[in-house]
Unconditional design. Structure first.
Length: 404
């Protein structure tokens, strides 16, 4: 820089020598940038807020202004950012650090891991800086498995085909189907059809298993009421009592094939209970009622009380024919432990079947309204295997009750 004097009325002008002025740029404050994404673990379809904070780390810190740029690092899967940049907002106390802003990360339709980084672009008084990456884990949630079905017609008759339509959602396809039509028939089809050969009420159950790991399973029951063909005769069946308690087979009867036997021809015989009915078949007139007595004999002496379920089935018509009808009644049989006889009586056979400490019970099935009816017994144990002695025919005592 140089100055010149122009002079005045009494002075001559003159020129000065040059003077140099050095101007040094101001020092920019360094900054620190961090990014935090919360929550750090989300499900598909959920969001996470990625907040960046820029802090002046100089000796006299001031609030940073300007723009922050977000980047999804290479290899990122599982989602995307709502925006690639955000502008730093004014702190709660103006002029005081730090400054911050955020963008939203949205979990996509696939599971994966997202790595988010942020870079501050700097301003007139602050240097640029970059963050350490933040990680977001996106997981896939399997929706609950739901199962249901419909059937048509809603009120089928004997011999009429019934169509079943499954309705399955959630879980992971493909699915495995298991149908139980309630009459002993099954199917693995998605939408099966079934024909009932007997009238009655049937509980149909659909069980579905998906392909998840671990697998999910769900089932749905519905009742199908099958009516007889118009004009076809029908009947009802009931029993009295429906619950009986018997003492197990007496140790005195072990090996006694004559004194302890109430009946020599019985069916079925499975080593647990013997069930047989008298008479096995009867002819009914419309509106009539008959009684059939069914006997239940314990063939075991369980260590602890054991419960069985006996089902008495009545059938009308030729088995397997279109007009075949079937109804049943269930009886609960409880067998208790028979104590070992005293030493004084050991080895002595009972004086008669009625005097032994064990019992046989009978229950009658009352069947009303016409046709040929055959009553038979089926057996299912509802507890674990009973312990104790067994033999083919033995029991020691007799108790009966009639049905109504």
């Amino acid at each position: 820089m140089m100055g010149n004097y122009g002079g005045d009325s009494t002075h001559n002008g003159s020129s000065g020598t040059s003077a140099a002025i050095n101007v040094t740029p101001g020092q920019l404050d360094n900054t620190s940038t961090t990014v935090v994404c919360a929550p750090a673990s989300i499900n598909i379809g959920e969001t996470s807020a990625c907040t960046v904070t820029v802090t002046d780390i100089g000796s006299n810190p001031t609030s940073a202004t300007g723009t922050v740029t977000f980047t999804l690092d290479a290899g990122t899967t599982g989602g995307s950012l709502s925006s690639g940049t955000c502008n730093l907002t004014t702190p709660v106390v103006p002029g005081q650090p730090p400054s911050s802003c955020f963008v939203t990360f949205l979990g996509s339709s696939a599971a994966g891991i997202a790595t988010v980084s942020a870079s501050y672009d700097g301003d007139a008084t602050h240097n640029t800086s970059s963050s350490i990456a933040a990680t977001i884990t996106v997981t896939s949630v399997i929706p609950p498995l739901t199962v249901d079905f419909s059937f048509s017609p809603s009120s089928p008759t004997v011999g009429q085909s019934v169509s079943f339509i499954s309705s399955v959602s959630g879980g992971t396809a493909p699915y495995t189907y298991a149908w139980d039509f309630g009459d002993g028939s099954t199917s693995a089809a998605v939408n099966p059809s079934h024909t009932y050969s007997t009238a009655g009420s049937f509980t149909v159950e659909l069980a579905v298993t998906d392909s998840s790991s671990p697998m999910l399973s769900q089932s749905a029951p519905h009742t199908v009421i099958v009516s007889p063909v118009t004009g076809q005769k029908d009947f009802t069946i009931s029993a009295r009592p429906t619950s009986i308690t018997l003492v197990g087979e007496s140790p005195l009867c072990e090996g006694a094939s004559t004194l302890c036997d109430l009946a020599r021809s019985v069916s079925p015989r499975n080593g647990l209970l013997t069930v047989y009915c008298r008479q096995g078949a009867t002819q009914l007139m419309p509106g009539a009622t008959v009684k059939i007595r069914c006997f239940v004999e314990p063939e075991i002496n369980p260590d602890s009380q054991t419960t069985f379920t006996v089902t008495i089935i009545g059938r009308f018509g030729a088995l397997g024919s279109t007009g075949f009808l079937s109804h049943s009644v269930t009886i609960t049989v409880t067998v208790t432990h028979a104590p070992t006889p005293s030493d004084d009586n050991t080895g002595d056979p009972p004086s008669s079947p009625l005097t032994a400490s064990t019992g046989t019970s009978s229950t009658g099935a009352t069947i009303a309204v016409g046709g040929l009816v055959v009553a038979s017994g089926t057996l299912a144990e509802s507890r674990g295997q009973a312990h104790g002695h067994r033999h083919a025919y033995g029991h020691g005592g007799h108790h009966h009750s009639d049905s109504a």
